[in-house]
Design a protein around this ligand. Structure first.
Ligand code: GLU
Length: 505
């Protein structure tokens, strides 16, 4: 790597919700920037006004805030290379369009969409390029006076890049190695449209990367086909020396079968493809998000980091800081990465297990409130500590833990048939008496006294404990029984025993 300062950018177009693949692209840019003490820029590529969707930009910013991916400069972050929204940079692009025109590397074309359509029908595989441009209506074929007159008249035109045929274009890609393309396969790309006085993506993207001193372009594989064109544009401007290095990331593939991961796969298989819930302003459709589905941002980050890259060993759990240390573009795979959604759940499970009990309790509190439970923080902290290993999502804690907060209103029929014996009411009444007499209600003391009682009376331990559990939980599951009674407290424990005796008869 050269000794140039690392500057990378994430440059989404605000055309809707940010796809999870875009999040991964941003993450890799972030890791790369942090690792090299560089800058991460947030640029909005909104030159295609027909695809602009209100709210998309705000959505993207909020997504990264939630995920903990921080930008150093850009839209909403400030910086010295602004403005960072392409629609606010019209004058800049116009200047560079003129530079290419004056150098004879671009030309004006007046062909209307209808004329182009007619050509496509007439000529098989028509492409606007060196082999056809002299038969079209443009500044290379029309006299200068006519060109000026047409512009003066207000006729719409585009500026096209004049690509020289039969040149080998070498694209060096950090992940893919060298890609060689013959320039004849490229068409004379439209760089600018008079209709909206805006450049196209290709020109704006290159001009901005140059002016913003971008050192590395790390982007999705779908942009690989445009890389040769970008190389030619850098050359046309005479910017080869500061051309960024490219890295085109592998595609994210469907969890099942081949092909690119799409929103439809998410709908079909039941997982989100967006970081946050998205309300489509045009259709009114609501799409689920990782945040609203109960994912922890650190789990999403870890999961995405491993879709297309690995640290070279079997390590799977890595914090953002560790990822910054370990990440290496050279270890990104060329082959697409299967979007293994189940693995995403597993990551969330692991991060819930690792999460501090108090933080987890804070996340669980609103769910308890929504279910009408008003519990003390201490109690919730203890409960999540006992139960967090059993869930994939915070929201699952409710079903798994509710018996800690509400007295069972019914008893699982199957468990009752199996576990509630004829002598259970009598045993439970006796147990209630023993527990009631305890001054020390710690788990250790309860266990000691109850075990002694069972041994003295030669009762069947399983029968007693299973009936006890049914009385406390309402079914046959749950953690260690005396962990439950300690949390419930003596009074509630006795109440539940009494209730079970009455109701289970
Ligand atoms: N605006 C492009 C997009 O929406 C960015 C491509 C690039 O990174 O050059 O993905």
């Amino acid at each position: 790597m050269s000794d140039r300062k690392v500057r990378v950018r994430f440059a989404p177009s605000p055309t809707g919700a940010l796809h999870i693949g875009g999040v991964r692209t941003a993450l890799y840019n972030y890791l790369f920037a942090r690792q090299h003490g560089g800058d991460l820029i947030f640029r909005i590529e909104d030159t295609d006004s027909s695809r602009f969707v209100p709210g998309a930009e705000e959505y993207i910013i909020e997504s990264f805030k939630w995920l903990g991916i921080k930008f150093d400069e850009g839209v909403s972050f400030g910086g010295e290379h602004g403005p960072y929204r392409q629609s606010e940079r019209r004058d800049i692009y116009k200047k560079y369009v003129d530079v290419l025109m004056e150098a004879g590397k671009a030309y004006i074309a007046f062909d209307t969409p209808e004329e182009l359509d007619a050509k496509r029908k007439e000529v098989a595989n028509f492409q606007y390029d060196a082999s056809t441009r002299m038969g079209m209506r443009n500044s290379l074929t029309l006299p200068k006076e006519e060109v000026d007159a047409l512009i003066a008249e207000g006729k719409q035109y585009v500026v096209r890049f004049k690509i020289e045929p039969n040149e080998e274009v070498h694209v060096q890609d950090i992940i893919r190695g060298e890609v060689i393309v013959n320039s004849s396969v490229l068409d004379d790309k439209v760089l600018y449209k008079s209709a909206d006085e805006l450049p196209t993506y290709h020109l704006a993207n290159i001009v901005d990367d140059h002016l913003m001193e971008v050192s590395h372009v790390i982007r999705g594989e779908e942009w690989l086909p445009s890389a040769p064109l970008h190389v030619l544009l850098y050359r046309a401007f005479g910017w080869e020396d500061t051309m960024p290095e490219f890295a085109h990331l592998p595609l994210l593939l469907k969890p099942d079968g081949n092909g690119k991961l799409s929103k439809r796969d998410g709908d079909r298989l039941g997982f989100p493809v967006f970081p946050l819930e998205w309300h489509d302003p045009k259709t009114g459709d609501i799409s689920s998000g990782y945040r609203e589905s109960g994912y922890l941002p650190e789990a999403v980050i870890n999961f995405l980091a491993l879709l297309g890259w690995n640290p070279g060993n079997n390590q799977e759990i890595m914090s953002l800081e560790e990822l910054v240390q370990l990440f290496d573009l050279k270890h990104c795979s060329k082959a697409g990465a299967k979007f293994d959604f189940e693995k995403g759940k597993w990551f969330n499970h692991e991060y819930i297990k690792m999460k501090d009990n108090t933080e987890l309790a804070e996340l669980f509190m609103p769910i308890l409130k929504a279910n009408g439970v008003d519990a003390s923080m201490d109690k919730v902290v203890t409960v999540v500590g006992l139960m967090k290993e059993r869930v994939n999502f915070v929201k699952d804690l409710w079903d798994t833990c509710k018996f800690f907060f509400v007295t069972p209103t019914e008893y699982d029929e199957k468990t009752r048939k199996k576990r509630w014996k004829e002598d259970s009411p009598e045993r439970m009444a006796e147990l209630a008496g023993i527990l009631e007499a305890l001054d020390d209600f710690s788990a250790e003391n309860q266990e000691k006294v109850v075990m002694q009682w069972i041994a003295d009376k030669e009762y069947h331990m399983g029968n007693v404990m299973n009936a006890f559990r049914l009385a406390l939980v309402g079914e046959g599951k749950g953690p260690h029984i005396f962990d439950i009674t300690v949390v419930l407290g003596k009074e509630e424990t006795l109440k539940r025993i009494e209730k079970a005796i009455k109701e289970l008869k």
